[in-house]
Design a protein around this ligand. Structure first.
Ligand code: ZN
Length: 436
C-alpha cells in the first residue's frame, strides 16, 4: 500500500493517479523513469515477483509540516504518529484493506508513505526518509496488520531508486549493502541495496541477493574443467562454495537496460559470507569483512577504502583482467586465508554472453577421494581421477617420490576409501600424494 500525505500548509503537486502509475503501470516513463516500481521488480526477478501498490487518496495531516519535521523531537517519533493518523483516517472511512497481501503471520508486506514537498530535515531528524517499524502493530481487521513502513518525501518528481531500495527491504527482506559508518563504499553502484547507480534507472539487485530471495533462473556449481557460459540480465549464476555460508557467486553485468548506469561491464565476482551482518566492516581480515564483497578486478579495493563507488576496472573481462585464482590480485582465497583452489581463466570480452574456463589450481588440493587409478606395468605411466579435479590426471614422470610410489598411495587410498592430499604442479600433473 502507498499512503499519500499533504500538510495543512503544504499541498500536493503530483496527483494520486500519477503516483499510482509510477507504482504500477507497465512501461511507465513519467519524470524520465525507466518503467514503474512494478516493472523494476518484475524485470529484476525475471517475472517471479509481480508487485503492485494500492495508492490511497491524499490524507491531510492534522498539523503543519513543521510539527512533524521538528528536529527537537526524537527521530521517527512524529513519522510514526503521522502514519497512524493517516491509517486511523482510512479506517474511519471504511477503507478496504482486505486486498493487501500479507505474510503467514498477517503482516502486510509493504507500507509506503509519500509526503508532499521537499526534504526539510537534516539526516536522522524529523521526516528524513527512512524505513522502520510502527511503535506497535496496527491492526486493520481480517487478521491483517501493519508493522514495517518506509516514508519518503515526494519533492517535485517521483524517482525509482530510493523507493525501490526501501521496498527491497520490505518486500524481499534485503539487507543494506552500504557501510552504516560511511568509512567505506560497500558494494558501491553495483547493487540497488547500496548506492544504486541512478535515481531514475537504478541498477539491478546483485547476484547474492537475487539468489537468496529465489530469483535465480539457473545456478551452476563451478567444478574444474568446465567452460562456463553466462548471459547478462538473465539471473544465471555460477557458484563456488566453501560451505553453506561462504562462497563466490558470479554473474555477467553489462551497461544496458536496467544496468545502464553500472560503473563497469564484465563478470562480477562476489565473495559472500552470510555469517556477517551487512557491509559495515571494511577491514578485509579473517574476522572483519563484508557480508557481500565485490572482488574488484583492479586489485585496488577502492570500495573498501572509500576511494569511489566503483570504476571502469572493477569487473573481470578480456583484455583487462582474464584470471582469478589463489595467486592473483585480488585472490580467490577464503576469508580464513586458506586457498579455495578456484582458478578462473580465459575470461572473455564483455558482452551479452560471456564465457570463462575453470582450471585446476597448482598447489595442494586437500581432503579428496580417489575415484579411479590406472598404471601401466614397466612404464612410468600413472593416472588418477580425483574428486574435484578435471578428468584423468597424470602423475608427473619427474615426481621426486617416484611414479610407482605415488600411484601406489592413490590405489591404496581408492581401495580403502581414504582421503588424500594431492599436490598439483604448474603443469597440471600430480607431483605428490599423501593418504590421510
Ligand atoms: Zn536501506
Amino acid at each position: 500500500m502507498c499512503i499519500l500525505i499533504r500538510f495543512t500548509d503544504v499541498s500536493e503537486t503530483i496527483s494520486q493517479q500519477e503516483v499510482s502509475d509510477f507504482c504500477n503501470l507497465s512501461g511507465y516513463s513519467g519524470f524520465g523513469n525507466n518503467g514503474s516500481v512494478h516493472d523494476y521488480f518484475y524485470d529484476n526477478s525475471r517475472g517471479k515477483l509481480t508487485y503492485t501498490n494500492v495508492v490511497t487518496q491524499y490524507y491531510t495531516a492534522k498539523h503543519d509540516r513543521s510539527y512533524y519535521t521538528d528536529p527537537a523531537i526524537s527521530y521517527g517519533t512524529r513519522a510514526r504518529e503521522l502514519i497512524v493518523e493517516a491509517l486511523d483516517d482510512l479506517k474511519s472511512q471504511g477503507f478496504d484493506f482486505s486486498p493487501l497481501s500479507s505474510d503467514g503471520s498477517g503482516y502486510i508486506y509493504a507500507l509506503n508513505v509519500f509526503y508532499v514537498g521537499p526534504r526539510v530535515n537534516n539526516w536522522a531528524e524529523g521526516l528524513w526518509p527512512h524505513s522502520w517499524v510502527l511503535a506497535s502493530d496496527y491492526n486493520v481487521g481480517g487478521g491483517k496488520k501493519f508493522r514495517d513502513y518506509q516514508i519518503t518525501n515526494m519533492g517535485s518528481e517521483l524517482t525509482l531508486r530510493t523507493f525501490c531500495h526501501e521496498n527491497g527491504h520490505m518486500i524481499c527482506d534485503f539487507p543494506d549493502l552500504y557501510d552504516y559508518g560511511y568509512e567505506s563504499s560497500g558494494v558501491g553502484n553495483y547493487c540497488l541495496m547500496c548506492f544504486g547507480g541512478n535515481n531514475k534507472n537504478p541498477v539491478q539487485v546483485c547476484a547474492y541477493l537475487k539468489n537468496e530471495v529465489g530469483w535465480a533462473t539457473k545456478v551452476t556449481s563451478i567444478t574444474p574443467g568446465i567452460t562456463a557460459t553466462l548471459p547478462a540480465a538473465n539471473n544465471d549464476f555460477y557458484v563456488y562454495a566453501k560451505n553453506a555460508t561462504e562462497y563466490f557467486i558470479i554473474e555477467n553485468r553489462q551497461k544496458t537496460g536496467r544496468d545502464t548506469f553500472l560503473p563497469d561491464a564484465g563478470l562480477a565476482i562476489w565473495h559472500v559470507d552470510e555469517q556477517k551482518n551487512g557491509n559495515n566492516e571494511e577491514q578485509m581480515t579473517a574476522s572483519q569483512h563484508y557480508e557481500c564483497s565485490l572482488e574488484q578486478a583492479d586489485g585496488r579495493f577502492d570500495l573498501e577504502k572509500d576511494v569511489n563507488g566503483g570504476d571502469s576496472e572493477d569487473l573481470f573481462a578480456s583484455p583487462y583482467k582474464t584470471e582469478f585464482s589463489d595467486s592473483t590480485t585480488p585472490k580467490s582465497q577464503w576469508w580464513d586465508g586458506s586457498n579455495s583452489s578456484l582458478n578462473i581463466t580465459q575470461i572473455s570480452e564483455p558482452g551479452s554472453t560471456m564465457t570463462f574456463v575453470v582450471s585446476d589450481t597448482s598447489g595442494w588440493v586437500t581432503n579428496k577421494k580417489v575415484i579411479n587409478t590406472y598404471g601401466h606395468v614397466n612404464t612410468r605411466y600413472g593416472f588418477a581421477i580425483v574428486e574435484g579435479l578435471s578428468g584423468w590426471k597424470q602423475i608427473t614422470p619427474s615426481s621426486p617420490d617416484g611414479v610407482s610410489n605415488v600411484l601406489d598411495i592413490l590405489k591404496v587410498a581408492q581401495a580403502n576409501e581414504r582421503q588424500v592430499n594431492i599436490y598439483i604442479g604448474s603443469d597440471g600433473k600430480i607431483l605428490a600424494a599423501i593418504m590421510l
